[in-house]
Design a protein around this ligand. Structure first.
Ligand code: ADP
Ligand code: GLC
Length: 480
């Protein structure tokens, strides 16, 4: 039995700000349980729902040296859906209403978390063969591990994998400060280790010190070796290209299932969507105060409202788009400018546009199930899970051909009758608009063809089945 430890800053059902939480909360369930004992360490944020916090059991505590002080490290545990989770408890670091805040505080928070995640291992009596780290928040894990090896036999030989879910976020801060916070020797703070452009860079440390680096789609693995997508680390990504692999994300097909989902008005399958899916649309129109019209093409957006997701393109053509025979349902939070833009258009086009500027798991499922199309014109997209959720519910994605969107959505080809959605290449508002209008044309004028695309979309397999196998293979390359 191989022992694997996931270390991450978010995971469903405990804490989620984006797709990272979906991945960390579902992938561990899909490894071959006869061969892998996969456990997960998370921070015990005070903003985790009380109901879940109440189910955690106390394991032990000790004090750990960090930032020149001795800090309390409490260990809690809980088995959820068959997966063993551990939680690091320290209310000074993990207090507050949201998991992330000011970057300089977050650096301290996740330096503490990364060191604690390694320090609890002898206490919980779980010495992993391999530690799988996720994003910059855990970038210091491989670095501390390297540092710990000098002092202790226990940590020697543990392998590490670093998965990049988003290269944009690197955890950068003043080198002197980070040196002080982490207590790591000068040795690490040089340009071929933690330092990048004079700052200390936690993700870079993780990339340099892990045995393998992965990212969440093949296209993104290629893209990040180029300056446009490389976020100033393209040189490093190229240098590590022998150890860099893209493994596309999967979805938890139990949570996202049009035939079992209890959050949606009417369940449906690939055989029944033609009559039943529309019942979800009508229910949602009622709920959100949109014009009740089963025939109107409904386009959905569920997203962090940030530049990454292409909202400047949408802003540019919003008025034009609203002249068309469509309805638009938005669910998201983020940049104020985009929040207000959607509020404005919902006011201007009442009955046609619905702006839901909050976070809601329930409403997100209803949107994936009810809409005809899903718009995701990202500037860059490491993988993207929303388009996979849409495909699963027969809601055709309209995407920009980048990263994981390019790898998971096959553009409709009306001559060969292939494809599962619609896509455009250039980051250009009118190229996007004409792609949306092409989709409108198929929806309104070629309904049979549209339904065939839906059928193909729903028949795609983006469960974890294939991707979990690829991670197993990667682990095997390292730990035999
Ligand atoms: P990213 O991780 O870059 O935000 P992904 O497409 O990988 O993008 O994952 C986004 C996840 O967050 C999806 O599960 C999506 O449904 C969810 N999500 C985003 N915004 C909201 C919201 N306002 N309410 C509910 N779920 C949301
Ligand atoms: C990041 C990326 C997104 C990806 C998710 C999970 O948030 O922005 O594309 O799907 O991580 O890997």
């Amino acid at each position: 039995m191989k022992k694997i430890l996931f270390v991450a800053s978010e995971s469903v059902p405990f804490i989620k700000t984006g797709g990272l939480a979906d991945v960390v909360g579902s992938l561990p369930k899909y490894y071959d349980k006869k061969k892998y004992d996969v456990r997960v360490v998370l921070p015990k944020y005070t903003c985790i729902k009380q109901e879940l916090r109440d189910q955690m059991e106390y394991v032990s505590n000790f004090y750990m040296d960090i930032n020149g002080t001795e800090q309390y490290v409490g260990i809690m545990q809980m088995v959820y859906d068959g997966v063993q989770f551990y939680f690091i408890d320290n209310e000074y670091y993990f207090g507050g209403m949201v998991p992330y805040g000011e970057i300089y505080q977050d650096i301290g928070k996740f330096a503490f978390f990364s060191k604690a995640a390694l320090s609890i291992l002898p206490v919980i009596d779980f010495r992993p063969d391999l530690i799988h780290c996720h994003d910059w928040q855990t970038g210091l894990v491989p670095v501390y591990l390297d540092n710990f090896r000098y002092g202790s036999e226990y940590y020697r030989g543990i392998k590490t994998v670093m998965t990049i879910h988003n290269l944009k976020f690197q955890g950068k801060w003043d080198t002197k400060e980070v040196q002080k916070i982490t207590g790591l020797p000068d040795y690490y703070f040089v340009p071929d280790k933690l330092e990048a452009y004079k700052d200390a860079n936690l993700l870079k440390g993780g990339i340099v010190y892990s045995d393998k680096v992965t990212t969440v789609s093949n296209s993104y693995a290629e893209e990040i070796k180029t300056p446009f997508y490389g976020e100033a680390l393209d040189g490093l990504m190229s240098a590590r290209s022998n150890d860099l692999v893209g493994i596309v994300n999967g979805l938890d097909y139990e949570d996202y299932s049009p035939f079992m989902d209890s959050r949606i008005a009417k369940n449906f399958t690939v055989d029944t969507f033609r009559t039943k899916k529309v019942k979800n649309k009508v229910a949602l129109q009622k709920e959100l105060g949109l014009n009740e019209d089963p025939k109107a093409m409904m386009i959905g957006i569920v997203s962090r409202l940030t530049d990454q997701k292409g909202f400047d393109l949408i802003a540019y053509i919003m008025d034009e788009l609203c002249q068309d025979a469509i309805q638009l349902v938005v669910l998201g939070t983020g940049t104020e400018q985009y929040e207000n833009m959607f509020r404005h258009f919902a006011w201007k086009y009442q009955g046609k546009v619905s702006a839901n500027i909050f976070y809601s798991e329930d409403l997100s499922h209803k949107i994936y199930a009810s809409c005809d199309a899903f718009l995701m014109p990202s500037l860059f997209e490491p993988c993207g899970l929303s388009q996979l959720m849409s495909l699963r519910y027969g809601t055709l994605p309209i995407v920009r051909e980048t990263g994981g969107l390019r790898d998971t959505v096959e553009p409709y080809n009306e001559f060969e009758k292939t494809g599962t959605g619609f896509s455009f290449l250039n980051y250009n508002a009118h190229e996007m608009l004409s792609t949306i209008r092409y989709a409108e044309h198929i929806y309104y004028d070629k309904k049979r063809d549209w339904n065939k695309i839906v059928e193909r979309a729903m028949n795609q397999d983006f469960s974890w089945k294939n991707s979990a196998k690829q991670y197993e293979q990667l682990y095997n390359d390292l730990i035999g």
